[in-house]
Design a protein around this ligand. Sequence first.
Ligand SMILES: [Fe+2]
Ligand SMILES: [Fe+2]
Length: 187
Amino acid sequence: MPRILRQLREEHADIARLMDILDRQLSLFAAGRRPDYDLVRRIIAYCLDYPAEIHHPKEDMVYRILAERDAELANAVGDLQLDHVRLAEKTRALAEAVREVLTEELVDRAWVHDLTDDFVQACRRHIRREEQQVFPAAEAVLTAADWASLETRIDRRDDPLFGKAVARHYRGLRDEIEALERLATEA
Ligand SMILES: [Fe+2]
Ligand SMILES: [Fe+2]
């Protein structure tokens, strides 16, 4: 598998970890308990960082070539590219809602719950479609020369949260994610 696709899949697995954590926060709310809104805020802030700034643009570069080569896939690819724009909008709206919960008194928590739930489902749906439909097509259609050319053009910055060198401002979040995952597997 081309390195770029392997890395995109690894990044999906990392995003899925975050969606699982958000899901557990949603369950807390459903059980009448208070979610850790500050944790939710930090996860959403990360989603606006690496996934929105680096992960999606890398995919867009792959998708552009795929759409040029395969007219039948152009629609599916177009949907995913539109998803990137919509997901970014959903993420910003959720970031704003969580900010309100943390700073204002009278915020409808059920509304924030529903926004979060919608965001988690949209992310998972999007990733599923990429992995099941479009990544295999990209692997089949793009040539070694395409991948080599992409390698010279893509942004190769390392993930500041899940990468080898965790950025200072993400260290607390990374530790917390790992602690929560340990708790979840013990439970
Ligand atoms: Fe994507
Ligand atoms: Fe993706």
